[in-house]
Design a protein around this ligand. Structure first.
Ligand SMILES: *Cc1c(COP(=O)(O)O)cnc(C)c1O
Length: 427
């Protein structure tokens, strides 16, 4: 696309945007009486206008039907999650029975490790991206210790080459191959939270399987952001949170994927609870755990209906938007526009002050751009915040900005970049 650095251009893009009406379905935070420029959907997605009603409906069911709400009413709680499961399966490229909704992300990571990390004398190593999200690092380390192993000899982290900021797929694949005798698991983020790099998950899965190990993915920054084909890629398992690009609210409920090839595998350990029991016999309360076939068999506890209600409000919007393909098209243009404007600032300055460390190839990124500020980084971030641009800050000098196609506009992106240019004079 031929981008232009002017407000009229940005407004024209918004006029022509087939998704332009979706912004009004979200509550945009205010700054000095106007819409803030919210570019932080990578951290917490915005509240759907309908969220209050979805929640109120369930509070009413509780009020009116109390315990009968599990079986009666317009949308009985027992199957309340089912309509959302289909939408989510579509977003991550899974069959409906390969996906379920439960717990929160790090908890699910632990539960899936119970099933898919079974170290023995020969195969015990875990390969991860270097600098993974801290919670994932802590989870892996504690899992390894739980098995009586030392993380130092067990977890392999792969880092970018000297002088580079993102990983090369060829290096990831080579490291997998080099460790193929001892590798038990490859656990990668779908999109790295810091750099915004979208990894080649299919290539990683293929190489991992060729090495005889399991491939699992943390899709916190990928789910609802970029198209995924978990089933076709053959990924063994995945999990994600829904409060980032999926807008389910702070601490919203998480999702898991387990590939159908594992459904019949009786060797897989799992930590069981009654909510994962065969649904047709769940209430017979019989001894001996007989899991529901599919990802639902990994559930443990009673569904948190209020959290599901919030999630459902957001999934209805994704459904109306026609799923991820349309969103992705706009997303590529929107993030590309931000990149174009930032590069324009650098050109004008005659030096790279805002260094984008996210890959330039749209195939290797989602909404987010991570920008290293070479000068007065924290002061620039504060200037943006004071002027109504909400991004987020990562030590020591990175600002993450994520235009989200469901609710951000080209004008948002234009205003953010204009303030980034102004900031260089102001601080
Ligand atoms: C956001 C995020 C988390 C957060 O985990 P919670 O259990 O929801 O607090 C974990 N891992 C990654 C990669 C993330 O991006």
């Amino acid at each position: 696309m031929n981008y232009q650095n002017d407000l009229a251009f940005a407004r024209r893009q918004d006029e022509q945007d087939s998704l332009k009406n979706f912004r009004s379905r979200f509550l945009i935070p205010q700054h000095n009486g106007e819409d803030a420029v919210y570019l932080c959907g990578n951290s917490l997605g915005l509240q759907p206008v309908s969220a209050q009603q979805y929640l109120a409906d369930q509070l009413n069911t509780w009020k009116n039907l109390a315990v009968e709400g599990w079986f009666q009413g317009d949308d009985p709680w027992l199957d309340y999650h089912k309509s959302i499961t289909g939408s989510i399966a579509g977003l991550v490229g899974a069959q409906e029975n390969e996906v379920t909704i439960m717990n929160s992300l790090t908890v699910n990571l632990h539960l899936l490790m119970v099933s898919f990390y079974k170290p023995d004398n020969k195969r015990f190593k875990i390969l991860m991206e270097g600098g993974a999200f801290p919670s994932d690092q802590y989870a892996m380390e504690s899992q390894v210790r739980f098995h009586g192993l030392d993380p130092k000899d067990t977890i392999i982290e792969i880092f970018p080459r000297d002088g580079e900021v993102t990983l090369r797929t060829e290096d990831i694949l080579k490291t997998i191959d080099e460790n193929k005798e001892e590798l038990a698991l490859v656990l990668f983020g779908g999109i790295n939270y810091y750099t915004g790099q979208f990894f080649d998950l299919k290539a990683i899965t293929d190489a991992t399987h060729a090495a005889g190990a399991y491939a699992g993915f943390d899709l916190a920054h990928a789910a609802g952001n970029v198209p995924l084909q978990l089933h076709d890629w053959g990924a063994d398992f995945a999990c994600w949170c829904s409060y980032k690009y999926m807008n389910s609210g702070p601490g919203g409920i998480s999702g898991i994927f387990v590939h159908e090839k594992h459904f019949a595998d009786k060797e897989l350990n799992r930590f069981a609870g009654w909510w994962g029991y065969r649904r047709d016999k769940q209430f017979l309360m019989a001894p001996g755990f007989d899991p529901e076939v599919g990802a639902a068999g990994w559930q443990i506890s009673t569904s948190p209906i209020p959290l599901l209600a919030l999630f459902k409000a957001s999934m209805a919007i994704f459904d109306d938007a026609g799923g991820l393909d349309t969103l992705r098209q706009k997303s590529i243009h929107l993030t590309g526009y931000l990149e174009f404007l930032i590069q324009g600032i650098n050109k004008e300055q005659g030096e790279v002050i805002y260094k984008i460390i996210t890959p330039a190839d749209p195939v290797a990124r989602g909404c987010q751009l991570s920008v290293v500020c070479k000068r007065n980084a924290k002061a620039i971030f504060n200037y943006l915040a004071q002027n109504g641009v909400i991004g987020d800050w990562r030590e020591p000098d990175v600002i993450r900005l994520s235009p989200v196609p469901l609710y951000n506009t080209f004008e948002d992106v234009y205003q953010a970049a204009r303030l980034m240019a102004d900031a260089l004079k102001a601080v």
